[in-house]
Structures are given as structure tokens and as C-alpha cells.
Design a binder for this molecule. Structure first.
Ligand SMILES: C[S@@+](CC[C@H](N)C(=O)[O-])C[C@H]1O[C@@H](n2cnc3c(N)ncnc32)[C@H](O)[C@@H]1O
Length: 333
């Protein structure tokens, strides 16, 4: 048994590369590195329980985040070094797992009970102990006092908003795009092709100073309506052409966007390739150095970055036979 410090995050099982990319980006905002132990298990050097909680709440693809308790080749040893006084008197706990059978995490629950004397509560535990297996075949045990995470994506789905367009994306994907931009609460965040405001809603919810631009006046108005509908604040949402940067602001800390493509979004005669190239060329003037610009675009659109950006990472998202989206994370030189 190896007692460890740091944290453990359990990712959701959907998508291959995106959940890990998201947690890595969020940990980077705290200056912390992480290591992937399996498709769904990530450990990091982050030790601050408040930061662990904030990141877990913020991430679209994290199911559990907590302090790393132990790592062992055999699950029988996981609870061995658990401090009997680690839980306050009278508090309850539950053991859980996303990937292991009930017999295993049930057994670990029994060991924790024996060591600490704490009572089990499956409905409303004060502490959740999470156990998962890594690709190397060993086990990790994490603990969180924040209970199980709940998201209310349904309330913010495109059809539930005051203003709807078929091009609107789902809140989970919108949040992922914002998070990949490594933006921090209080930073200036821009979506230059904001449409109905899916990314603006998520960035405002996470405490960023939110700015949106759309070429079409009534769409920009619709985005405002959507943010107001959820009682959310924003810096400005304006009608403007993102390819001609005449923004009434100084510098932006992060950009994330879903570029116009297909027939659903109005582009006033330009094709996606032209729009993306013009936008990338002009966005280097408004984005601070070393900051990120996340573009979701059709995978057949080749980015021309000039000397201002490098591709930090790229992910593919299959939509249907005729459309695969690429998510390109660009870093400003
Ligand atoms: C794919 S949609 C964005 C959808 C948005 N993510 C949402 O969830 O509603 C692209 C948007 O870009 C806008 N647009 C097209 N060309 C533009 C340009 N040159 N400058 C700014 N916005 C533009 C369109 O009006 C459209 O609303």
C-alpha cells in the first residue's frame, strides 16, 4: 500500500479524449499537473479541498473529485492506512464506484466502517469514498465530503431557453468548450459567433466576464434574452462582424466558439473557411499572449494559423455521416 497526497478525479465514460482534456485544462488554471491512470481515472498534485470541489463542480465530464486516500495493488489494503479519526464523530459515509462491481466497493465500505467506526448512509452520506481500478491493475481510493455531483443540463437545453435556434448547442458541450479555453472566474471571455448564447450562459454561470458577438442583430438580442432568462449577467453582447475586430474593449483572456457552418447559421455570403481564416488572423490582436482560443469547426476546415497561434491540442467529435467536428485548442504566441 502506498499512501499518497493529492487528488483523484473520476471522469465520465463518454467520448475518448475530451473528458481528460477538460480536467487537464481546469487543473492548468490552478497551475497543477495531472496523470491519467486509466480512461476514467486521473490523479493530480492539487491538494486544496476547496479547489478540488470548484473544479469538480465546474467540469462537464467529471463525475467525482476528492482527496486521494490510497493506492494499492490489492483492494484489501486500500483502507489500511486510513486515519480512524479522519471523519468527524457522528458523520456518515458511503463507498461507491463508477466501474467496479458492488462486491468490491461494498467490501471496502466494510473496511472503512471497521477502521473508523463511522455509520453508513447510502442516501445522504457526509463522505463519499470512491474506489476505481487503474490500467496498471491497481486500485485508487478517494474521498469527498461534498456528496454526489448533480448537474441541471436539462434546464438549460436549447429548447428550454427563451430564444431558440436549431444551431444552438447543448450546455454540456458548451461548457466543455469554455473550460478548454483555460478561462478563470473574473477573466474576460469572448464568444465571437455567439448565436443563442450557449457558451455565454455557461461562462457567466462560472463567473467569467462574458462578451458575445453575432453578425445578426436579432440573434444577438436573442442571446441577451437567454442570459437574462436565467438571471445571468454579461459585460456586453453586441451585433458585430467578428472578422473585423472593432471591439469596444481592450484585451480578452480567453475565446471559445462554435464557428458558423451548414445552412442553419447565417454568414452573409462567406463560407466557413473564409470566416475562420479571417477570424484567426484578426483575433491575435485582441487575445492576450499565452492565452487560448478554442474553435469548434468542421474537421475538413484546415486552420491557417500564421505566426500568432500554435495548435495546443485537437479533438474529433463524430456528429453524423457527413459531419465530424474538430475542436482545436489554439495557444496565442
Ligand atoms: C454555429 S452558430 C453559433 C451557435 C451557438 N454556439 C449557439 O449555441 O447558439 C454561428 C453564429 O455565427 C453568426 N455569424 C456568422 N458570421 C458571422 C460573423 N462574420 N461575425 C459574427 N457572427 C457571425 C451566425 O449568425 C450564427 O448565429
Amino acid at each position: 500500500m502506498r499512501p499518497l497526497s493529492g487528488s483523484v478525479f473520476i471522469l465520465s465514460g463518454e467520448e475518448l479524449t475530451l473528458p481528460f482534456a477538460e480536467i487537464r485544462a481546469l487543473l492548468e488554471t490552478c497551475g497543477k499537473k495531472c496523470e491519467r491512470l486509466s480512461r476514467r481515472v486521473v490523479v493530480s498534485e492539487l491538494e486544496d479541498p476547496i479547489k478540488i470541489y470548484e473544479i469538480t463542480e465546474r467540469a462537464a465530464y467529471v463525475r467525482f473529485g476528492g482527496l486521494l486516500v490510497s493506492r494499492a495493488l490489492n483492494h484489501y489494503h486500500l483502507a489500511e492506512d486510513l486515519d480512524p479519526d479522519s471523519m468527524e464523530k457522528g458523520k456518515t459515509f458511503a463507498a461507491d464506484s463508477e466501474t467496479l462491481p458492488k462486491e468490491i466497493y461494498g467490501e471496502i465500505g466494510g473496511q472503512i466502517k471497521q477502521r473508523t467506526g463511522a455509520r453508513v448512509s447510502l442516501e445522504n452520506p457526509d463522505y463519499v469514498f470512491q474506489v476505481e481500478r487503474t490500467d496498471a491493475g491497481d486500485f485508487v481510493l478517494g474521498v469527498s465530503s461534498r456528496g454526489t455531483k448533480k448537474f441541471s443540463w436539462k434546464e438549460r437545453r436549447p429548447r428550454a431557453r427563451k430564444f431558440f435556434l436549431p444551431s444552438a448547442i447543448y450546455p454540456k458541450l458548451a461548457r466543455l468548450l469554455v473550460n478548454l479555453s483555460r478561462v478563470k472566474p473574473g477573466d474576460y471571455f469572448l464568444d465571437p459567433f455567439c448565436g443563442t448564447g450557449s457558451l455565454l450562459i455557461e461562462s457567466s454561470l462560472m463567473g467569467m466576464r462574458t462578451i458575445g458577438i453575432d453578425l445578426t442583430r436579432w440573434i444577438a438580442r436573442g442571446a441577451k434574452l437567454n442570459l437574462k432568462g436565467f438571471g445571468l449577467s454579461y459585460e456586453s453582447i453586441i451585433r458585430a462582424d467578428s472578422t473585423f475586430q472593432s471591439l469596444p474593449l481592450a484585451r480578452i483572456d480567453a475565446i471559445a466558439t462554435d464557428v458558423p457552418y451548414g445552412r442553419a447559421s447565417s454568414t452573409k455570403g462567406k463560407n466557413t473557411l473564409q470566416i475562420v481564416r479571417e477570424f484567426v488572423a484578426s483575433s491575435s490582436d485582441i487575445l492576450n499572449p499565452d492565452k487560448y482560443c478554442v474553435l469548434m469547426h468542421p474537421s475538413n476546415v484546415e486552420l491557417e494559423l500564421g505566426g500568432s497561434f500554435v495548435i495546443a491540442e485537437q479533438h474529433m467529435l463524430y456528429v453524423h455521416r457527413n459531419l465530424t467536428r474538430a475542436i482545436s485548442v489554439l495557444r496565442r504566441n
